[in-house]
Design a protein. Structure first.
Length: 448
């Protein structure tokens, strides 16, 4: 057998299914478990040093804890070989990018359903302290079973530092046209950064094009700063949501992705009020998490990169207004992992958020919990002393900027990895400014 076709002495590469600027994706066979998987091999020059590879491993571990039917599962990661490798669920379907290239704009109902599914997946990840940073059609998979799946959480973040070192003229590596203004201008990244990508996604699905014409980063940033352009030919509630997500000031975007998903699902059954309320930044009930059916049998999926399934429908909406027939898509399968895994997935983010609160309580996120039922919160376990110490060391050397994200990164690492990582970051800091390894650019995480 050709050794080049065997990865980690376990995954047999069978057919290359995608090739892009950052990676190649293979349909492969897991010889140990006898199942089909997707193997993403990242180009070595994008992760040339130990620090960038440690970050990739940490991001993969964090993403692997996300238990949600709209997020592709990560099975394995290897950063020791010549080409770093991610092993993922294989989804039988195509990317949203391929669908748009083949057929052009989507019907409004289908576009709203897909955007709602992506919003649900983002909301779940944001509540665990994980930001995608690269929401674009190439990172959305449409399964043949009607599911929508999101892939490549954290890969853009992992590649950002290396990408900055590769750009001698200060230009951006990745997909600038899908970046939020704060990514193009080296601003603060947060959950609402992904909302900008969600707005771009919905606009492109409905019109077949992106709302901003510029392609060069500087010109694009200037165009974005002028505010979202008019959205013509789209029903007013959807146009209002798009414009709200595309606000250049992140603080003026909707409060969270769950509110956008809930508004889209209400619109699908004929109620435009939540969409207009979200656009006006009025209170909207948060999106519910899917219930766990512990009796359900896990269905094996085949994934070629990013898949995502729809969550259960949003809270009951008023009777539909007269419209053409709606297509809300196939019902979700529910979580693919048991309750114990769902309870454990928040551990890393909780430690990181506790660390953030310990150092600066005012920086805790304000994302609302999805359930309106009162619950008794357990007494949180304080973060390890070494974690608080390392985050404070970063703040002392580099200033407060990006400290929240550093805390989340470190919480997914061992103490030894975390100390090495902070040493790498602080080596690049000068006079309290963030080091060169803290770029906010797009790593082009998808295989497209």
């Amino acid at each position: 057998m050709n050794d080049e076709k065997l990865v980690l002495n376990r995954y047999l590469l069978q057919k290359r299914i995608a090739l892009g600027g950052s990676a190649e994706v293979w349909h492969a066979r897991d010889r140990k478990l006898n199942r089909a998987v997707a193997v993403k091999r990242l180009h070595a020059h994008l992760l040339p040093d130990a620090a960038s590879r440690r970050r990739l491993a940490a991001e993969a571990r964090a993403a692997a804890r996300l238990a949600h039917p709209g997020i592709v599962e990560i099975y394995d990661v290897d950063t020791e070989g010549e080409m770093p490798v991610l092993v993922m669920e294989l989804v039988d379907g195509e990317s949203l990018a391929a669908r748009l290239d083949r057929g052009g704009p989507l019907p409004a109902d289908e576009a709203a359903r897909i955007a709602a599914d992506v919003g649900d997946a983002l909301y779940h990840a944001h509540r665990q302290g994980i930001i995608h940073r690269d929401v674009k059609p190439g990172n959305v998979l449409l399964g043949r079973d009607g599911s929508t799946r999101l892939v490549d959480f954290g890969i853009a973040h992992s590649l950002a530092a290396a990408a900055e070192r590769l750009t001698l003229d200060g230009s951006v590596v990745g997909t600038p046209r899908y970046m939020a203004p704060e990514q193009l201008t080296d601003g603060a990244i947060g959950p609402r950064t992904d909302l900008f990508g969600l707005g771009l996604l919905l606009h492109e699905m409905l019109t077949g094009r992106l709302p901003f014409k510029a392609t060069a980063p500087v010109a694009l940033a200037e165009e974005q700063a002028a505010g979202p352009p008019p959205v013509n030919g789209i029903e007013p509630p959807l146009a209002a949501l798009i414009r709200a997500c595309l606000e250049p000031n992140a603080e003026k975007r909707p409060v969270h992705a769950g509110a956008v998903a809930t508004a889209l699902r209400a619109w699908l059954v004929g109620d435009p009020a939540p969409a207009l309320a979200v656009a006006a930044r009025q209170p909207v009930p948060p999106a519910p998490e899917p219930s766990v059916d512990t009796q359900a049998v896990t269905q094996q999926m085949v994934a070629v990169g990013p898949p995502v399934e729809p969550l259960p429908a949003a809270p009951a909406a008023p009777a539909p207004r007269p419209r053409q027939p709606q297509h809300a898509g196939a019902p979700g399968r529910g979580p693919r992992r048991p309750v114990a895994a769902a309870a454990a997935l928040a551990a890393v983010a909780l430690i990181a958020l506790l660390t953030v609160a310990f150092l600066d309580p005012s920086r805790l996120p304000t994302i609302a919990a999805p359930s309106s039922t009162p619950t008794v919160a357990p007494t949180p376990t304080p973060p390890p002393a070494w974690l608080a110490e390392l985050v404070q060391a970063y703040r002392d050397a580099c200033g407060p900027r990006d400290a929240d994200q550093v805390a989340i990164d470190l919480a997914a690492m061992t103490e030894e990895e975390a100390r090495d990582h902070v040493e790498e970051l602080t080596d690049g800091c000068d006079d309290g400014k963030p080091g060169k390894g803290r770029g906010n650019g797009d790593g082009g995480g998808g295989g497209d």
